[in-house]
Write a protein that binds this ligand. Sequence first.
Ligand SMILES: NC(=O)c1ccc[n+]([C@@H]2O[C@H](COP(=O)([O-])OP(=O)(O)OC[C@H]3O[C@@H](n4cnc5c(N)ncnc54)[C@H](O)[C@@H]3O)[C@@H](O)[C@H]2O)c1
Length: 384
Amino acid sequence: MKNLNIGLIGYGLMGKAHSNAFTKVNYFFDLEYKPVLKTVCGRDEARVKAFAENWGYESYETDWRKVVERDDIDAIDIAAPNNMHKEIAIAAAKAGKMVLCEKPLAMNVAASREMADAVAAAGVPSLVWYNYRFVPAVTMAKNLIDEGRLGQIFHYRGNFLQDWTISEDLPQGGEALWRLDIESAGSGVTGDLLAHCIDTAMWLNGPIESVTAMTETFIKERVHQSTGKKQKVSIDDASAFLARFANGSLAIFEATRYARGHKALKTFEINGRDASIAWDLHDLHRLSYFDNGDDSALKGWRSIHVTDNSGDHPYMDKWWIPGTSIGYEHTFVHCIMEFLKSLEDGAPAFAPNFEDAVKTDAVCEAVLQSAKDKTWKTIDYKGA
Ligand SMILES: NC(=O)c1ccc[n+]([C@@H]2O[C@H](COP(=O)([O-])OP(=O)(O)OC[C@H]3O[C@@H](n4cnc5c(N)ncnc54)[C@H](O)[C@@H]3O)[C@@H](O)[C@H]2O)c1
């Protein structure tokens, strides 16, 4: 087995999800490559040391540049806030490292374009952690669509609804709340939540051609954790858009952190001439499927529990027994597994990679621009 030495940057929520995936993947999947937890980087020495000890990293660093410079690192994994992605990714590519990066790839399309160019120029593989592609039921939806079971696609609906920023007492900026600060996040729910919906949608249904959007910032000022003063909030709290896909289908997308009662309601529904599919993150093993070819007496939505280990249900033959569940953390295991497989001789390149994520960022940017000037935008994939 060949070692793939990992240098992880950032040890928050995603640092944990990635470390767990690196640790588990070889126990469940037969692969030539094995991630090795070489080093983890964070700015607070005591905390990064504790993280390294807890997860079994061989060392820790407090300056990401040191990680990029180390000869014993093969892949840099960026799990830091969005404003850090570009500088780290470009430096890593220039140092000849593979680059794994959290989503959204960058703060804007120009930056993500530079990042994709940097990995292409260096000839290094890249990965973007759009993990929802790797939910077994979502992968199965992709397979059903690719088999042509839906026929011509008419409609796509994608949502990502949360409710955790409704209180006006919630500050912006700094630890955990960098998502509310435009300087660290680049945008609000468009980059944070819709980016996931757009990645899933374009994977399932092809490129989005044009969009028209609206956004709103419901709470206009919040105390900034770094200054202790009330400052303008510049992120979008809610974002909704209409879209046309290149295949002629129509779409409607919505993301918000103000949908009281919803914690992470990521859903999609896709309606074709012959069949429809619906999925919901809160019940992630269930794929709802309606087949117009069924006998009329039995015609109706069926709820498929995607846990069979016969090989028909993606990834599930590698886990437990039919009827038992896996969860959120396994999406990261599957994602890194597919990446490691792509490194084997003759294997196709991994997706989603930086090029794929630039396209998603292009749609996000068009959404934000459309909301500003209230016109339809055609997505410029050539520029992306
Ligand atoms: N794929 C997903 O479903 C998903 C879910 C959550 C977050 N994300 C993305 O993951 C990234 C990180 O989000 P998170 O929720 O883990 O954030 P977090 O706040 O939990 O963790 C961020 C980490 O980055 C570290 N960090 C910040 N600046 C740094 C620097 N200069 N050098 C080294 N480390 C630094 C912080 O100390 C912290 O450990 C973001 O890009 C976010 O959009 C993706």
